[in-house]
Design a protein around this ligand. Structure first.
Ligand code: SAH
Length: 367
């Protein structure tokens, strides 16, 4: 036990662990280990970010998806899902609402919906960046061509979230029919080269996932050193082939999140909605275990219920104004300070120009 506690102190200083050490830690989790781990992760977060928690307005603009990921409620084979798609005008209206409430960071997320062509999205991004000065725009729309990624970046998109979902080639293959892990990783490399602040991430508690697999997820984060990393529990959806699986626990997700904080001290790590859906104070627990971002949904209330990645999603009735007040209160009561600014990665300003493609793709014109 002493050895494990020493290991936690060590990683808090060096931000490094071997695969074996991570597995060892995950195997040894008990109340004391959790407490030490969360305290060390919180301290690390505070050293890099103070008490700030960044809020991002999440707009889930389409639940159409060409993919068939076994875990996801939006998968194309799920014929029970009511599909919707916001028009560019409706997306602008949601952004306006967010902007008026003070949000300066928007995340546009969707299934892989090809109705949103390169032209349509590029034009929309340009309008949003012109219409909402000072706001950062994040895309989370899945896999596209390098050309499309470059066009969106040139139009002004700042960031891109594309979770790697799992580092295990075996599990990735089983859960993503017709997809390819190498291609997803290639997308992530392109995003980085183009110049986006890029986010990856994974689910905890996938069927067949071992501590070794989770160690590989954490080491993958360390290898690519993303600006953002989303870590959430897998929650089985009743209308998917994984309906009968057990899913991930809040506890294990928090432990893995805390380790991610210790290994990547300056990373933006959200307290995921999935955690809040499994536990009424799951997001607060995540903030106290090293997370520093919250992404409340500002999707129009009547449609929120249909963006059903997993069952039991929270805040389905909350209008944006009430949601803001609720999030502010929750963050303050957890001992932190809500921040509605852009919330860039602290590494961002230090490294402009170090990414080769960034120099070639200039803003405001097509590549
Ligand atoms: N189509 C986009 C956005 C995906 S939805 C893309 O491919 O990036 C956002 C995330 O929700 C996914 O990356 C996945 O990690 C998570 N997710 C999907 N189904 C889930 C489930 N059943 N439980 C928990 N998280 C899930």
């Amino acid at each position: 036990m002493e050895a494990i506690l020493q290991l936690i102190q060590k990683v808090a200083k060096t931000h490094e662990l071997s695969r074996e050490q991570i597995i060892n830690l995950l195997e040894s989790v008990d109340e004391q280990v959790k407490q030490e781990l969360f305290a060390a992760a919180l301290k690390t977060k505070q050293r890099y970010f103070g008490d700030k928690v960044y809020l991002r307005a999440l707009i889930e603009f389409s639940n159409y998806c060409r993919r068939d990921c076994l875990y996801c409620g939006l998968r194309r084979s799920n014929s029970r899902l009511v599909r919707y798609r916001l028009t560019p005008q409706e997306i602008r209206a949601s952004c306006q609402e967010a902007y008026d409430l003070g949000y300066r960071s928007f995340v546009l997320q969707s299934g892989e919906d090809m109705w949103y062509s390169q032209e349509v999205l590029t034009e929309l991004i340009r309008e949003l960046k012109n219409g909402f000065p000072g706001a950062a725009l994040t895309l989370s729309i899945g896999e596209r061509t390098v050309r499309e990624y470059a066009s969106f970046f040139a139009a002004g998109a700042d960031r891109f979230l594309l979770r790697h979902e799992t580092a295990s080639p075996l599990i990735y293959g089983k859960l993503h029919p017709g997809m390819n892990q190498a291609e997803r990783k290639a997308c992530l490399s392109s995003l980085g080269r183009i110049g986006y602040q890029a986010g990856v991430g994974f689910m905890v508690g996938l069927p067949g996932q071992t501590f070794g697999d989770l160690a590989d997820d954490l080491l993958y984060l360390q290898e690519i050193s993303p600006h953002m990393a989303g870590i959430g529990p897998f929650i089985p959806h009743p209308d998917t082939p994984l309906a009968q699986e057990q899913g991930g626990s809040v506890e294990m997700t928090l432990v893995v999140l805390a380790l991610a904080r210790l290994l990547l001290p300056d990373c933006l790590i959200p307290a995921t909605t999935a955690l809040g859906s499994l536990d009424p104070v799951g997001r607060e627990k995540a903030l106290k275990a090293g997370a520093n971002v919250v992404m409340p949904s500002l999707t129009p209330v009547k449609l929120k219920q249909h963006y059903a990645l997993y069952p039991g999603k929270i805040c389905l009735e909350d209008e944006p104004g009430a949601c803001k007040a609720c999030m502010q209160k929750r963050i303050r009561e957890s001992g932190f300070e809500p921040d509605f600014g852009r919330g860039d990665s602290p590494r961002w300003h230090q490294e402009p120009g170090t990414r080769s493609i960034r120099k070639r793709v200039s803003r405001g014109q097509s590549p």
